[in-house]
Design a protein around this ligand. Structure first.
Ligand SMILES: Nc1ncnc2c1ncn2[C@@H]1O[C@H](COP(=O)(O)OP(=O)(O)O)[C@@H](O)[C@H]1O
Ligand SMILES: [Mg+2]
Length: 343
């Protein structure tokens, strides 16, 4: 697809996606996993992407880089730009090179990203050689320093360890070191702490924040941990069943959510908004089967505010004038009923 739908003002972001639609096909199923999503992230900025499991967070963020679920056929439409280039029309070879050097990805499961047959240090050194153009000797030094920087004690010793010799928390740190080895401009952390215990989670998040401050890189944090969003994110985007429900500056969205789904999501976090949340409250119901969606709002069956029109009218993301900065919300019902200035 052409990149002409991105305006010049949006050229500054290091990664920008506009009106992205991603359809996935298996022999038995076709799914619109991402339905018209847009986002951008600038140097030094952290964008959090939240939403429950299966809402399309991973496919939306990593799909344009060519990282897609295995065994499915994919149709991507819209625009995606990084490094001044159009990712959706790029050759597989160019995309692979850009993915390795420009983007660093921290996966939920570090074992899937590290080669179990190779020692940790040489894997890092190889990345640094390949993407930073370092000599083997310089790359080895860089690998040790990356391990140290990722908070791994005794990095010289850890350099020579195999992945299975490290604990979960240490492996996740090694994964971060690997993601940084190419000196990326964009760091994508896909639920980086889900498998870790609470203390280690906090350490990993503070490590990501420190690295971002030092290097000024853009971070996309995919998470369902609202606590992580409040600590790390500048902006937040709430995804529901492949559609953007709400998007804005994190402090606005977290303290004054507007979309019924965002409100439900935050109310289900114990003690997060203690004035309004009475204990843990789950949003009743299940996400829709994305293979059999109607034209309207995808949240309709679980929404307390639903009206008959919601089933047939697609909720457009609408600019809302409330809070400290621009925000967009895809719920005409709440905007009208609560008299929220918009448009
Ligand atoms: N391997 C797969 N096969 C078929 N459908 C898939 C596969 N992976 C993801 N999907 C579809 O894409 C949707 C979005 O998935 P994903 O981006 O992984 O969600 P999230 O990261 O928010 O948990 C899922 O709800 C599912 O419908
Ligand atoms: Mg995911």
């Amino acid at each position: 697809m052409s990149d002409s739908t991105l305006s010049p003002a949006e050229a500054r972001p290091v990664y920008a996606v506009e009106s992205l639609v991603i359809d996935l096909y298996t022999p038995t199923l076709s799914v619109r996993a991402v339905d018209g999503a847009s986002f951008h992230v600038a140097p030094g900025e952290t964008l959090a992407v939240v939403g429950e499991s299966g809402s399309g967070k991973t496919v939306m963020t990593l799909g344009p880089l060519g990282l897609l679920p295995e065994g499915v056929a994919v149709d991507l439409r819209g625009a995606a730009r990084a490094d001044g280039r159009d990712l959706l029309t790029m050759s597989a070879k160019d995309l692979s090179a850009l993915r390795g050097g420009y983007f660093g990805v921290i996966f939920q499961d570090p074992i899937s990203a590290l080669n179990p047959m190779l020692k940790i240090g040489p894997q890092l050194a190889r990345q640094a050689e390949l993407y930073q153009g370092l000599s083997p000797e310089a790359a080895r030094k860089e690998a040790v320093s990356l391990l140290a920087r990722s908070g791994i004690p005794d990095p010289e010793d850890r350099f020579n360890r195999y992945p299975h010799e490290l604990s979960g928390g240490m492996l996740q740190r090694a994964m971060i070191a690997l993601a940084l080895a190419a000196r990326p401009r964009v760091l994508i952390a896909d639920e980086p702490t889900t498998a870790l215990d609470a203390t280690v989670q906090a350490q990993i998040l503070s490590l990501i924040r420190q690295i971002q401050k030092e290097d000024g890189i853009a971070v996309i944090l995919i998470t369902h941990d609202i606590g992580a969003v409040s600590v790390l994110a500048d902006r937040v985007m709430v995804l529901y069943a492949g559609q953007v429900a709400e998007e804005g500056v994190a402090v606005d969205v977290l303290t004054d959510p507007i979309h019924p789904y965002t409100r439900g999501l935050l109310a289900s976090v114990p003690d997060f908004r203690s004035e309004t949340a009475v204990g843990t409250r789950e949003i009743p119901g299940l996400p829709p089967n994305q293979a059999s969606l109607e034209a309207g709002c995808r949240f309709v069956d679980r929404c307390e505010r639903a009206r008959p029109g919601c089933r047939t009218r697609r909720p457009e993301l609408t600019a809302v004038r409330r809070g400290v900065a621009a925000r967009r919300v895809a719920c005409p019902v709440v905007l009208e009923e609560e008299g929220i200035a918009h448009g």
